[in-house]
Design a protein around this ligand. Structure first.
Ligand code: URA
Length: 209
């Protein structure tokens, strides 16, 4: 069942505006991405299952809530996914990490695989796939294909910005994977960039071009 959540928290929207501004420095962009990923991470983990365990407080025994099941996995779509990953690991330090190496062929805009490393028991874990830009959705669809091919069945996709075209393609390909984003922008341009967008997230984050 198709599910798209726009995280409209005022702090998320405020930080996103500064990130979109082309005058924002590389250092500022990176810091904001880390901060915003904490807030997005809060939303994407909001309905994680809880169980209880018995603990001793200094005063008495209690049944206290604790996360159920195996540690979750953050799967970063390289390289821009790493910008979201760092903040998410501050939030859930015990999470496992998968890296999915995909680059976008500039002529065909298709995703090409060059690296994959993940925990072996993906089928037992919630896998949260992170990539800041859901543009054509080619990389996101390919990343989920790769993770499902290695056993993942319970997935969520977290990005910063999405294009309507990307959401359409992604949810058609993977209707079982809920999408979380800070904004759904106007459209994709002829080069596959999200507009108004924020430019190339990897370049903005790492000061490359
Ligand atoms: N990737 C980016 O970094 N930016 C876009 O606008 C689209 C894809």
């Amino acid at each position: 069942m198709k599910s798209v959540t726009v995280v409209d928290h005022p702090l998320v929207q405020h930080k996103l505006t500064i990130m979109r501004d082309k005058e924002t420095s590389t250092a500022g962009f990176r810091r904001l991405l880390r901060e915003i990923s904490l807030l997005l991470g809060y939303e994407v983990t909001r309905n994680l299952e809880l169980t209880t365990k018995t603990i001793e407080t200094p005063l008495q025994t209690m049944e206290a809530p604790t996360l159920e099941g195996k540690k979750l996995v953050f799967a970063s779509v390289l390289r821009a996914g790493n910008g979201l990953l760092e903040g998410l690991l501050d939030l859930v330090p015990a999470a496992r990490v998968a890296h999915v190496g995909l680059y976008r062929d500039h002529d065909t805009l298709q995703a090409v695989e060059y690296f994959f490393k993940a925990p072996s028991d993906l089928g037992d874990r919630l896998v949260i796939v992170v990539d800041p830009m859901l543009a054509t959705a080619n990389s996101a669809i390919a990343a989920i294909d790769m993770l499902k091919g290695r056993g993942a069945t319970n997935l969520r996709f977290l990005c910063l910005l999405a294009a309507p075209e990307g959401i359409e393609r992604f949810t058609a390909a993977h209707p079982d994977v809920p999408v979380f984003t800070a904004s759904i922008d106007e459209r994709l341009n002829e080069k596959g960039y999200i507009v108004p967008g924020l430019g190339d997230a990897g370049d903005r984050m790492y000061g490359t071009k």
